[in-house]
Design a protein around this ligand. Structure first.
Ligand SMILES: C[S@@+](CC[C@H](N)C(=O)[O-])C[C@H]1O[C@@H](n2cnc3c(N)ncnc32)[C@H](O)[C@@H]1O
Length: 462
């Protein structure tokens, strides 16, 4: 059958492909269908046609899959925050485990390693400790809002429509953050709208209000409100900060990040503390972490506890080992392993992350962790110690090939590889296999309703 852009086709969805799209086939050719899951029968419109595959959008759900559930969030299907909310959570976990196993088998040609069932998140809603809401002078309307009278279409504070930089929903509540965050979201929205100061235009790059970032400490049930603006203006911001700080005991920090950058990142070139403390404190296990607005911290605190427990089990330390923690970020893995190791050396290229790591060690009275600042491929060859154990937690792109060579040359007895991208995990494991047996892989779900999955692999020197 000839497939053309714009054509309407009836499709049976056979599987879920990575990215959360349904997979169907027309005469063998793959068709990726947005918002569809295995078991659905849909009438879909082809929106893109390439040589090897096509992409389609559901026009009518003819017969729903038995795995479909009614998503509790009214933005499901429109918002980039969650893409799998309409799939039952057990099925999400199965899909994520299978995705890890398939990447290992097809990309890494690793088919002998045990891939365990994915560990689920303790909470599947209200699990995020950090949310970033964007401001926009153009509100993206839901189908039910079309033609609605009195709707202010020139203001939005919320989450993006997937794959777009300028389409922002006016999110009234996000189920991924604790309920109190939604109260703060609505109070800040009201203040912004009545302030008289212009909201930022994502195309014009003009305007004052840019982002609202909320951080929650799970351990202490405290909040940080970070208001990101294009210029400093204490006369505009101080009344809002005073109101939030004085009327809510849970709000312990109100800061203002100021950025003139056109990039859509809620990160200021300067920061001003408007009320309370410039940081909040959260905990993973017995360890406390001081977090500033721009610090990296795992966004699912309880999930991070589960992830680090898996890392501890796989590292299986006796207390005598030297451990290298590659890509250590703010040192949270190093800190969580410090009581079971002789010493931990972390390597990281971000100066602010290393400063946070040092501060967090002091806070927890840990004296056997040290940190090296710099690019991994320059720093690793300069490490004199021969570690027995290496923890490797690289960014999504995985390890640089020179770093893989250096790891093989150092040859620790055990490696625990922590990955947020199954494809680069598989690629790097294929290289490490030269000298290591891949014993088992544990997927850990930190982000319910998204297609992201963390995986921890246990490797032993042959
Ligand atoms: C996935 S995060 C690791 C987070 C950390 N292990 C934790 O649990 O908090 C990856 C880290 O690698 C760092 N990084 C990225 N490229 C690097 C490089 N070439 N050399 C050193 N560090 C790098 C990033 O700054 C980031 O902190």
């Amino acid at each position: 059958m000839q497939v053309k852009k714009g054509q309407l086709v009836e499709l049976d969805i056979l599987d879920i492909a990575f990215g959360g799209r349904g997979l169907a086939r027309i005469d063998g050719m793959a068709v990726f269908v947005d918002q569809a899951i295995a078991g659905d029968r849909v009438l879909a419109r082809i929106v893109r046609k390439k040589k090897q595959y096509a992409e389609a959008r559901v026009e009518t759900l003819l017969s729903p899959s038995a795995d479909r559930i009614t998503p509790p969030c009214p933005y499901s299907g429109f918002c980039g925050g969650c893409k799998l909310q309409f799939l039952g959570y057990d099925r999400q976990l199965e899909f994520k485990r299978r995705h890890v196993a398939e990447c290992l088998a097809h990309i890494g040609l690793v088919s002998d390693a045990v891939v365990h069932p994915a560990l689920g998140s303790e909470r599947i809603f209200e699990y995020r400790n950090k949310m970033e809401f964007s401001c926009s002078d153009r509100r993206w309307r839901l189908p039910c809002e079309m033609g609605q009278e009195g709707l202010d279409i020139n203001f939005a504070l919320g989450l993006h429509v997937p794959g777009t930089f300028d389409r922002v929903l006016d999110t009234q509540a996000c189920l991924l953050q604790p309920e109190f965050g939604n109260r703060l979201l609505s109070e800040v929205r009201e203040y912004m709208k009545s302030s008289g100061a212009p909201v930022y235009g994502l195309r014009s790059h003009a305007g004052f209000w840019r982002f609202l970032m909320l951080r929650h400490s799970v351990a202490r049930d405290q909040w940080m409100v970070n208001i990101v603006t294009s210029a400093p203006d204490s006369a505009m911001l101080q009344p809002l900060a005073d109101r939030l700080f004085s009327s809510h005991d849970q709000v312990v920090s109100v800061v203002n990040n100021v950025t003139a950058s056109k990039a859509a990142v809620a990160f200021g070139e300067s920061e001003h503390c408007l009320a309370g403390s410039p940081t909040i404190v959260d905990a993973i296990g017995p360890y406390e972490f001081e977090i500033s607005a721009n610090s990296f911290f795992q966004t699912n605190t309880r999930g991070a506890g589960r992830l680090y427990e898996t890392i501890r089990q796989y590292a299986d330390l006796r207390g005598t080992e030297t451990v290298l923690d590659l890509y250590c970020g703010t040192g949270s893995i190093a800190i969580c392993l410090s009581d079971r190791a002789a010493r931990v050396i972390g390597i990281e290229m971000s100066p602010s992350a290393v400063a946070d790591a040092v501060r967090n060690c002091e806070r927890n009275r840990i004296s056997n962790c040290t940190f090296v600042l710099g690019d991994m491929k320059d720093c690793l060859p300069r490490i004199d110690e021969r570690p027995e154990v290496m923890i490797i937690d690289p960014p999504r792109v995985g390890m640089h090939k020179d770093v893989v060579r250096q790891v093989l040359a150092m040859g620790p007895e055990k490696i625990v590889y922590v990955s947020c991208n199954p494809a680069t995990l598989a690629r790097d494991l294929a290289e490490l296999r030269e000298q290591y047996k891949i014993l088992e892989v544990q997927p850990v779900d930190m982000f319910p309703h998204t297609f992201h999955i963390e995986a921890v692999a246990r490797l032993e020197k042959i």
